[in-house]
Design a protein around this ligand. Structure first.
Ligand code: URP
Ligand code: ZN
Ligand code: ZN
Ligand code: ZN
Length: 467
């Protein structure tokens, strides 16, 4: 039995177009678009009609950087795949790409199987995986080829966190050389973790234990240095590079320079770096712990470089790095020692709204909003045009968005499984109204109508963004 839905009268926004159009959905895919109130649109017949008059009709968000249930610092990120993907849907995101973890001594396969088991049958929306490579050796290099073939086409490496996820320059170069051959994309956590650990030890010895010192020891220069080193290693390997969670002006400058040289080097930033700052890290009574993540929040002055990078396309993607830890019982682990605060912020539910606010504020255009939050992450990670756009043949992952609704972000009303909001009390204009995932209503007029297990694993092709 075929099922047909039509979304009538909205402003359809993609990365390339804005058009008042009716959207016909058949069997979970976009079947056709036609300008509203024309004979072609009037000819659309359906079992279900969604009135989007006065609303935007946008592709579901693609969040290419989440960490559901990530083990970190002796605890686990507090959102499961079930709670985290449900919260994502509430916020207008219909695909997440999460990070499977290889721990030292494990094979990539063991790590990937573990993450498949966590996610399978529990997700509200579709999901894929990147692979965190913590142990580069001859076996794991061979396994990278197999993973690319089965749809895990990107690999995160860490220049930070010695003794945990850290890779040295030789391991990084080898993985990059391999990805140059097999089409994989290396995603880099670019911070000089060896130098940072020295500064952490010295700060603690001086009695500097508060959360704000997390921001002081993880210096912008050490992000920039690692970004520069990663770029040159990738250049030597002949591999493309994607730098995750870019926060410092000096790191953006490294990306800009490399891109001006014509290199396939890409950068992602996150809402927390665009909207929060070291002022939050300095909040009294240990409240600053809520804002501990790495790379760290920076002084406000860095935000201008990030917005500029997003406008000039020196930064291409905004993902959340969603990695929530409750203030009570988890962030608490670092009272008296900032280095023991689990790193990460909640945000998977907030990204589309915060970036819409950036449209309202004049930082970016509506089409750029969709480009950095939907289309480019889909292309960067091999999901396009199945995900990230509204076009015939694409999955019907569609959000009806009310650009005029006002909301106040709060832990009291959000759906993430975490006891605080990084944006508590923030007033934003714009709100998700209805969300379809492959044509199935997951949010219907601000009610959750989805189901754990609707979301399916989505294998990816290699990067579709190379120049
Ligand atoms: O603080 C962060 N970003 N936590 C998640 C792990 C990572 O480095 O992305
Ligand atoms: Zn990272
Ligand atoms: Zn991350
Ligand atoms: Zn602003």
């Amino acid at each position: 039995m075929s099922s047909r839905t039509v979304i009538r009268g909205g402003l359809v926004i993609t990365a390339s177009d804005e058009i008042h159009a009716d959207v016909l959905i058949e069997d979970g895919r976009i079947a056709a678009l036609a300008a509203s109130a024309t004979p072609a649109a009037d000819a659309f017949t359906a079992d279900r009609t969604i009135d989007a008059t006065g609303k935007y009709v946008i592709p579901g968000g693609v969040d290419a950087h989440t960490h559901m249930e990530l083990p970190f610092g002796g605890t686990f990120a507090s959102d499961t795949f079930e709670t985290g993907t449900r919260a994502a849907a509430w916020g207008g995101t219909t695909t997440v790409v999460d990070f499977a973890v290889q721990t030292v001594g494990q094979s990539l396969r063991q790590g990937l199987d573990t993450w498949h088991a966590k996610a399978e049958g529990t997700c509200a929306i579709d999901y894929g995986f990147h692979m965190i490579v913590s142990d580069v050796n001859q076996e794991t290099l061979k396994e990278m080829d197999l993973l690319v073939e089965e749809g895990v086409t990107s690999f995160k490496q860490f220049m930070a966190y010695p003794g945990v996820f850290y890779s040295d320059d030789g391991q990084i170069l080898r993985a990059m050389q391999r990805s140059a051959e097999n089409g994989g994309l290396i995603m880099m956590h670019a911070e000089n973790g060896i130098a940072i650990d020295v500064l952490v030890e010295q700060a603690l010895a001086r009695g500097e234990t508060d959360p704000r010192f997390h921001g002081e020891v993880r210096k912008a220069l050490l992000e920039a240095e690692a970004t520069h080193r990663a770029i040159r290693l990738a250049q030597v390997a002949g591999a493309p590079l994607y730098v995750v969670h870019v926060s410092a002006t000096e790191a953006v400058a490294e990306l800009t320079r490399a891109r001006d040289e014509g290199l396939n080097v890409f950068g992602e930033t996150c809402p927390q770096y665009l909207f929060l700052s070291t002022d939050n890290l300095a909040e009294p009574d240990f409240e600053g712990a809520k804002y501990v993540c790495s790379t760290p929040l920076r002084p406000k002055e860095h935000q201008a470089a990030l917005w500029r990078g997003l406008r000039t396309n020196d930064l291409q993607v905004v993902s959340t790095d969603h990695c929530p830890f409750c203030f009570t019982g988890q962030k608490d682990l670092g009272r008296g020692d900032f280095s023991k605060i689990p790193n990460g912020l909640p945000g998977v539910e907030n990204r589309m709204d915060l970036l819409h606010q950036a449209v309202v504020d004049g930082h970016i255009s509506r089409r750029r909003w969709i480009e950095i939050a939907c289309a480019t992450p889909a292309r960067m990670f091999g999901l396009y045009p199945k995900k990230g756009t509204i076009a015939p043949g694409a999955d019907a992952d569609v959000v009806v968005y009310d650009p005029a609704a006002e909301q106040v972000m709060s832990a009291g009303t959000h759906h993430m499984n975490v006891d605080y909001s990084a944006y508590e009390g923030r007033r934003v204009t714009g709100r998700v109204e209805t969300v379809l995932s492959r044509g199935v209503p997951v949010i219907t007029d601000r009610e959750y109508t989805g189901r754990a297990g609707h979301g399916v694993y989505t294998p990816r092709s290699t990067c579709q963004y190379l120049t």
